[in-house]
Unconditional design. Sequence first.
Length: 247
Amino acid sequence: MKKWNEIPDVKLYSDGGAEPNPGKGGFGVILTYKGRKKEFYQGYKLTTNNRMELMGVIFGLEQLKTKSNVEVFSDSRYVVDGITKGWAERWKAKNWMRTKKEKAHNSDLWDRLLNAISNHNVNFNWVKGHAGHIENERCDELANMGIKSETKVDDDGYEPNEAEDKQINKRLYNNKGQARVLNVGDECRKCGDLVIKKEPKRKKLKPNQPYYFEYYLYCPKCKSMYMVEEAKRQISNTNNLFGNDNV
């Protein structure tokens, strides 16, 4: 017999995609609770991979009518890292700006996801896609059913003039699919420890050097260093700017 204050333990599996990207899209979701399982999918007329990955998790969470302990499983680094690394919360705190000049993409869905998470106890888990994970493979099938369905809906928040997923992923991930280390508190790619901010030692600039780094990210455990674009400072006139050519 269920106690009145018992919080249910739910597992949420999700996948999404678009063909091409951007193009027709869809997501698939599986919810499981005490051996019971529900499957969902939906297709969209024009969207992107990342929006479908986000929408799958959002849809699944929004199906839960009572506060739950939810284990989310997704093969999207974009979605998992966006929450676990605190990117979405930082973007929201900055009025959905990634940097001073660049807007955070898909802010409508990130905001909706943060709201959905706030209603539950949610833990995010990344799983490798197309690697034999039973539920992930099934979610991929469901997402393709959405893409191929004849009842696709509009993705009202999608803005075709935005920089698309490939540009976003190139900025956030390297060629090996590893998350780039961009902020204090991100995990070191080599050992997993949290990086800190350090300022480089003052040194003489090279002749005609176009820029320098004001700081870098550093792993105190394995001593790995990460140079970040936000720390790059252009040098217009070295002599006027630094006097003795030292920084």
